[in-house]
Design a protein around this ligand. Structure first.
Ligand SMILES: [Zn+2]
Length: 84
């Protein structure tokens, strides 16, 4: 996994075209056995395994750090998280 064409650890799947916020999220959207039935999960399947789409970027799961509503509601939340 050395494909870093997009910023940071973000990447786009060449198979389904979905965008991922991390290589971990990318890995999680792939399912099946290598060389057998390896394929991309559909968006519905991704949600079923706990992934969510944050502003166009799929993330492995919702967590406090990446919750998009946090910095919208309280401008200091992100900064206080980063200070920990
Ligand atoms: Zn894909």
């Amino acid at each position: 996994m050395t494909d870093r064409l997009l910023s940071g650890d973000r990447n786009q799947c060449a198979g389904c075209g979905e965008m991922f916020n991390s290589s971990a999220a990318f890995d999680k959207h792939r399912t099946g056995a290598f060389g057998v039935d390896r394929r991309c999960r559909t968006p519905d399947e991704m949600r079923k395994v706990g992934m969510s789409n944050d502003g166009g970027w799929w993330i492995t799961e919702k967590n406090q750090r990446f919750a998009p509503d946090m910095d919208g509601l309280t401008g200091t939340t992100i900064a206080s998280w980063a200070a920990r």
